[in-house]
Write a protein that binds this ligand. Structure first.
Ligand code: SF4
Ligand code: SF4
Ligand code: SF4
Ligand code: FES
Length: 586
């Protein structure tokens, strides 16, 4: 129904204007009135199964759920009457009985709605017998897990996995109740995007935790050098865990907090993003040209060229659409690029040994955990990134060590691997990777900076963006998709019309990494928009806005030019067709 007509309702005696067709919960949130809720998420269809958002409506005997009840003219609603509170408390007690408490190691401890409701409504959590203690935990590679003992059956994970076009999760009837389980028909596999985790209200679906291992090596360093590197998108999201406003840029506080935790050096993955852009822009130029040089080995130089810095997207292609593997760029992803440079170029400068450096990537992403262990990315038979922590995990680790990111004095990243262009800053938003590559390709081909900075057509939260852009003498047909469901639509379009596009960017998560599977909860369209705006603000604030003009990256690339064998290993990779599901392999 159209939501244009304005109607008048009262919530807790306050007169407010609602839009016709809007639910009570939506109208309340728009006016800053909080109604407790668990299963509701604006990204998924309303299922109304937790019944935490019950309200009292004048003239009605039942207690409807605010997330599924439309506001009507003249409605008078109470959200905290004695009757509502008693019913809500009972519903919460039943939910808490299903959700086996693992609060001490829960990365959502400080932001968990269920825990805060348990305190607010003084739940007697032992009143009901737990019925889920025998449920299994399903681990998907080293990235994501679903712990059935914590699940409250809201089904958000199943919905988002379906929206991703993956459909790896389903409901199984156990006789004594339903359970979320992975599909085992051999035709579906997890791609590790973590969207189930960031949409789960109670961390039943969550990242596999590695903070304990990182905490241990920070306490017991021996002769190791422990390096943290921070992803482009987390500087505008981690502040939320410390009650800062959505989209607050906290780069300096993040760096200081990591040093306070014990990291010896803090570098910026944005440095790696500048490297990725240079590799990708050159590959684009080569693929579009007639005589590709030998540097991009193992590639069939297919057009459209497709970005490959999102490991969940890469896995999606490898399992569901292997025929498009030759279209993926041969470029490694930003944190793998910067880790390679840390363990070789920077190691040589600081007279450190490759094996003595431990790199921890702080990422918005669960799929990066999987990516960091990929054999194809090893050098000297060792992983370049040793550990990946999500934004949530780092937030939890800081709280555990009583480091308040919101109050700490900001510090600068270590150099030279802390320097970056404006182009790198926008990698975390949908369209950012492509825009960065277009800036460099445009400048290299047009030989002038003018007109090569802002490619506004690729920005924004729209699921699929299409445009024509002029690069050199050529008009490029480009497309940008965020969310794998949208990527799937583009691939199906390409199957029908192989010449539909020249260059495609895909990021698996809604909005790109600012909506990543490891980001703070809640992550909704509102948070994603604020986080993305902050990244474009960083870009605008930079004097250098093109990757290939970053002087420190130039030096690193010059060094690679003198180390021909390492150069290919550090900059490029290859992919494999995955014939059978691998996520559940031990
Ligand atoms: S990580 Fe992504 S693909 Fe895997 S189960 Fe969760 S939503 Fe589905
Ligand atoms: S795993 Fe989380 S998102 Fe999925 S049904 Fe259970 S509680 Fe809901
Ligand atoms: S969009 Fe970003 S956060 Fe999401 S899976 Fe891809 S790289 Fe990870
Ligand atoms: S939030 Fe409304 S029923 Fe769960």
């Amino acid at each position: 129904m159209a939501k244009n007509k304005i109607i008048n309702i009262k919530i807790n005696s306050q007169e407010i204007k609602a839009k016709e067709g809007e639910t009570i919960l939506e109208a309340a949130y728009r006016h800053g009135i909080e109604i407790p809720s668990l299963c509701f998420h604006p990204d998924t269809p309303v299922k109304a199964n937790c019944r935490v958002c019950v309200v009292e409506i004048k003239g009605r005997k039942d207690l409807p759920t605010a997330c599924s009840t439309e506001a009507c003219e003249g409605m008078e609603i109470k959200t905290e009457s004695a009757k509502v509170k008693a019913a809500r408390k009972m519903n919460l007690e039943l939910i808490f009985a299903e959700h086996i408490e693992k609060c001490p190691t829960c990365p959502l401890k400080s932001t968990c709605k269920l825990l805060s409701y348990a305190r607010k409504y003084r739940l007697k959590i032992n009143r009901f017998k737990d019925r889920k203690s025998k449920r299994k935990t399903y681990k998907f590679a080293n990235a994501v897990e679903i712990d059935g003992t914590q699940c409250i059956d809201c089904r958000n994970c199943i919905d988002v996995c379906a929206q991703q076009g993956v459909n790896f999760l389903t409901l199984k009837d156990r006789g004594c109740g339903i359970e979320v389980v992975p599909v085992s028909d051999g035709k579906h596999d997890c791609v590790y995007c973590g969207q189930c985790a960031v949409h789960c209200p109670v961390t039943s679906a969550q990242e596999q935790l590695h903070f304990q291992e990182v905490e241990k090596i920070l306490k017991d360093k021996k002769d190791k050098i422990i390096v943290a590197q921070i992803a482009p998108s987390i500087r505008s999201s981690i502040g939320e865990i410390f009650n800062l406003p959505y989209g607050k840029i906290v780069t300096g506080q993040l760096v200081a907090s990591l040093r306070a935790l014990g990291f010896d050096y803090v570098f910026d993955v944005n440095f790696g993003a500048d490297m990725t852009t240079i590799v990708e822009a050159n590959e684009l130029i080569e693929r579009l040209g007639k005589n590709p040089t030998s540097e991009i080995r193992n590639s069939k130089f297919e057009i459209p060229m497709m970005t490959s810095c999102c490991p969940a997207w890469v896995r999606f292609v490898e399992f569901y659409y292997p025929e498009f593997i030759p279209n993926l760029t041969t470029s490694r992803s930003p944190h793998i690029h910067s880790a390679g440079i840390i363990k070789t170029y920077w190691a040589e400068k600081t007279e450190a040994e490759f094996k003595d450096i431990i790199v921890v990537s702080i990422m918005p992403c669960t799929a990066k955990k999987f990516e960091s262990q990929r054999k194809e990315l090893r050098i000297k038979n060792r992983n370049l990134v040793d550990f990946v922590l999500t934004t949530r995990e780092l937030g939890f680790l800081l709280e555990r060590n009583r480091i308040n990111l919101a109050k700490i004095e900001p510090q600068k990243t270590d150099n030279p691997l802390g320097e970056h262009s404006g182009a790198a800053a926008i990698y975390g938003a949908s369209g950012g990777v492509m825009e960065s590559a277009l800036r460099t390709a445009c400048d290299l081909l047009n030989k002038k900076e003018f007109g090569c900075i802002d490619f506004a057509d690729v920005r924004g939260a729209e699921g699929i963006k299409k445009a024509n852009v002029k690069i050199g003498n050529r008009i490029l047909k480009i497309a940008v998709a965020n969310g794998l469901g949208n990527a799937k639509k583009l691939l199906e379009e390409l199957k029908k019309n192989p010449k539909a596009f020249d260059y495609i960017e895909v990021m698996a998560c809604p909005g790109g990494c600012i909506g990543g599977g490891g980001q703070p909860i809640p992550t909704t369209p509102k948070q994603r928009a604020e986080r993305a705006n902050a990244l474009y603000q960083i870009d605008r604030s930079k004097k250098i806005r093109m990757a290939h003009k970053n002087p420190q990256v130039k030096k690193a690339m010059d060094w690679l030019d003198k180390n021909e064998k390492l150069k290919y290993q550090i900059l490029h990779t290859n992919y494999k067709k995955v014939k059978k599901p691998e996520a559940l392999k031990k």
